[in-house]
Design a protein around this ligand. Structure first.
Ligand code: WTA
Length: 633
């Protein structure tokens, strides 16, 4: 599946466009199927209805685990590095991981789980998180992993939306010096969730937790029960290619987060193929992706993609800045990492600590670097290249989304000539195009526009859980017969793609997607807030920061305290990741006569670019703009 030269890339790419079904059938042949497909692809972007490999039967965990046992059973699948570097690391080989997944799949069965049930997972970055995910897939249950930084309210919203009946969590998690009381957050969430019948709790932090009789059980006790039952194996459930594999919630420009749905067959083929091809993974290489399994990057490129290829992955529980800002580099050295896949925000943050923290570290094992989540600015690109890659490692800047399932536009390591700041060229099977506001294709090179995709790929989302119409309106209705990404993009003279950022009301804060409407709703919940508007502004480390303009006439004379109250409210409703960085109190928002907030003006003020605010004559109260400009933070 690996392309070995740029000439071969061009040739394979052309074939994938001319004969997409033959192309993908050829790729899919590299995977293990119980039964092959009757039809490779049936699709329309109108409804939308997208079906890959119909009629095929499989279980993704047989591809991730069973098929490696005979030849690679003793190969490490996971090298787990704990938060505290003085704690021992753990290695799980493919055989061991297989055994543990089967065991925990039996735990789930003992606790009443059936194929098609939805299971919420809220766990620290420990091997058991990956075990829980795979155990769900083993028995055909649909996982919905919620990132550990989300609040009880966010968890409750997700559990209710997916009607989950089981939660898998831990007593607590360690992140640097912090301890997060996961079970206690779950308890708060479950007050609102009558559908949850069982909570399985892993011991990690030994924080005291409340355990409710009949509902809450310990992971370790349940595993013991399976052991005494003497039932170590768990045959994999036979799944249709288009059966749901998981739901993952992500933010959009309106309303609540939506549950992006991925299915078994296409997602497996797509993540496995893109992983091995873009990173040119070689047997024995140690691969380290610093993302959290709570995000799509962790799903596709810590869990499923690498495991389908029999790769060895480092799983890291902690944060890059603890005990000091050299932690990632210590891990690279300790586990002799060959491929490091991380995010621009982490690179910029570590860069800001200066060269002292990289002095004396051994980077000699590194062969390939990767980046994901937001545009990798040139300064960070060069630092990553020179200081970490020592000028000898290609940087694979992968552009993709929760909805795309896997890499879309990305270099192939050591094949695609690189350009700093560019995701370079579409991978085979991916057909991007740029359109103007009216959906008209902008052809040729040296042009910019809104990035769309015109042909399906196996890893694409199929629906948004419980609300197919929302999937249609969000992604397929803006431009006829196109999937709209929400990103702006430049295609340069060489046909190279550079993603310029979101063109909708979605912020990208430290690589995390946050809907402005979502943050506004949370701010507006605060009792003294009348209304608010949230925009992004350039932030040196986070990429974008959250800037809130808030109308709050009743602050009891203490602006600072009210700011903190508002931040606390946002943390409660969404989670700490959505906290505003700046809150400016204003007496009103700039609105048109029809009552629409003119975000364009607020964005410019937040960016500090107040010289030319454009036409403000259509505003209801133009004077408000001067007031806001004056008080800008
Ligand atoms: C942005 C993360 C520039 C983009 C996998 C996209 C990027 C959103 C890149 C998806 C990149 C992701 N260069 N921008 N290499 N990768 N993005 O769903 O705006 O969390 O739409 O998926 O991140 O974020 P998501």
């Amino acid at each position: 599946m690996q392309i070995k030269s740029i000439e071969e890339y061009h040739q394979v790419y052309q074939q994938s466009v001319d004969q997409p079904e033959e192309f993908w059938a050829g790729i899919a042949d590299n995977f293990l199927w119980r039964k092959k497909w009757d039809e490779v692809l049936e699709w329309n972007f109108k409804e939308p209805s997208i079906k890959w490999f119909q009629g095929a039967k499989l279980n993704i965990t047989e591809n991730c685990l069973d098929r490696h046992l005979e030849t690679n059973g003793d190969t490490p699948a996971i090298i787990w590095e704990p938060n505290d570097p003085t704690e021992d690391h753990r290695i799980l080989t493919y055989s061991q991981l297989h055994a543990k997944v089967c065991q925990f799949a039996n735990v789930l069965k003992n606790n009443g789980t059936k194929k098609g049930d939805r299971i919420c997972i809220y766990m620290p970055m420990v091997p058991e998180l990956e075990i829980a995910v795979l155990a769900c897939a083993r028995i055909g249950a649909i996982h919905s992993v919620v990132f550990g930084g989300f609040s009880a309210q966010s968890i409750a919203d997700r559990i209710k939306d997916a009607e989950c009946n089981i939660v898998i969590t831990a007593d607590g998690s360690f992140r640097g010096t912090k301890e997060v009381p996961l079970k206690s957050v779950i308890d708060d969430a479950l007050v609102q969730c009558p559908t949850i019948k069982k909570v399985i709790v892993l011991t990690r932090s030994r924080t005291p937790v409340s355990m409710i009789k009949g509902r809450d059980v310990w992971w370790e006790d349940e595993v013991k029960k399976v052991e005494t039952q003497g039932n170590p194996d768990c045959p994999a459930e036979e799944m249709d290619a288009e059966d749901m594999l998981f739901i993952l919630y992500t933010s959009g420009s309106t309303g609540k987060p939506k549950g992006v749905v991925h299915t078994c067959g296409g997602y497996m083929v797509y993540t496995g193929y893109t992983f091995t091809n873009a990173f040119q993974y070689q047997p024995g290489e140690v691969y380290f992706c610093t993302a959290d399994i709570g995000w799509i990057t962790g799903h596709s490129y810590i869990a499923y993609g690498p495991l389908t290829q029999g790769a060895t992955s480092v799983l890291f529980e902690g944060v890059p800045t603890w005990p000091d800002a050299g932690r990632l580099w210590d891990i690279v050295e300790k586990h002799k990492v060959n491929i490091l896949y991380t995010a621009p925000t982490a690179i910029r943050s570590l860069m800001s600590f200066g060269d002292d923290v990289i002095k004396g570290k051994d980077f000699s094992s590194l062969k390939k670097l990767g980046s994901v989540g937001e545009p990798l600015n040139e300064e960070a690109w060069h630092w990553f290249d020179e200081k970490i890659g020592q000028g000898k490692c290609p940087i694979v800047d992968t552009w993709w989304q929760t909805e795309t399932g896997g890499f879309m536009i990305s270099p192939i390591a050591n094949v695609t000539p690189l350009k700093p700041g560019y995701a370079t060229l579409p991978l085979p099977g991916v057909q991007p195009l740029l359109v103007d506001e009216n959906g008209k294709e902008i052809e040729g090179n040296g042009v910019s526009g809104n990035l769309c995709i015109k042909f399906p790929w196996p890893g694409m989302l199929r629906t948004t859980y419980g609300d197919h119409e929302r999937c249609r309106t969000t992604y397929f209705a803006t431009y006829e017969n196109l999937y709209f990404t929400g990103d702006g993009c430049l295609r340069d003279e060489d046909g190279y793609y550079r993603i310029t950022g979101r063109v909708d009301d979605v912020l990208n804060v430290s690589g995390h997607r946050i809907g402005t409407a979502e943050v506004e709703n949370a701010i507006n919940m605060h009792s003294s807030v009348v209304e608010s508007a949230v925009v992004g502004y350039p932030h040196d480390i986070k990429g974008q920061g959250v800037y809130a303009f808030v109308v709050s006439p009743n602050k009891h004379g203490d602006d600072e305290l009210t700011r903190k109250d508002i931040i606390m409210t946002v943390s409660r409703i969404i989670g700490a990741i959505a906290k505003p960085d700046k809150i400016q109190f204003v007496s009103g928002l700039p609105k048109t006569r029809s009552g629409k907030i003119m975000r364009r003006i607020l964005r410019k003020i937040a960016e500090g670019d107040t010289g030319n605010l454009g036409d403000t004559s259509t505003l209801l109260d133009p004077a408000i703009v001067d007031e806001i400009k004056e008080g800008a933070l």
